[in-house]
Design a protein around this ligand. Structure first.
Ligand SMILES: [Zn+2]
Length: 116
């Protein structure tokens, strides 16, 4: 497994949970982790096993409009060809939490909640 950390200055259009639309984001920092898994040996498909390359690229993005920060992990496996899978934290939302919901939770103490 290899780790590589870069300062990232890439610009990408991704969803912002504060602006609630796709906005320009600048990559602040990026960490790439790569590795090789040997599969198929125990299943008997191949005597030496089949090597599968994989990578995870973690990029911290900042919205150019409101400066909200989002983490994207881009997964890739040699099994997938050119395809990648993106995962965002926090997950993208399309609506904000309504004010009445926050008001209801403000007096809630989970430590005093009764178990059912
Ligand atoms: Zn934003």
């Amino acid at each position: 497994m290899n780790d590589k950390i870069n300062s990232s200055k890439s610009i990408e259009w991704i969803h912002c949970n504060n602006c609630l639309i796709k906005t320009k984001h600048v990559g602040i920092i990026q960490k790439e982790v790569t590795g090789i898994n040997i599969v198929g040996r125990s299943e008997g498909y191949s005597k030496d096993g089949i090597s599968v390359n994989w990578s995870k690229i973690h990029t911290l993005f900042e919205c150019c409009g409101c400066e909200t920060v989002t983490l994207r992990t881009r997964h890739w496996s040699s099994n997938w060809g050119e395809e990648t899978m993106d995962e965002f934290f926090p997950p993208p939302i399309s609506r904000t939490i309504p004010a009445w919901h926050i008001t209801q939770l403000s007096g809630f103490n989970p430590m005093k909640a009764k178990k059912l």
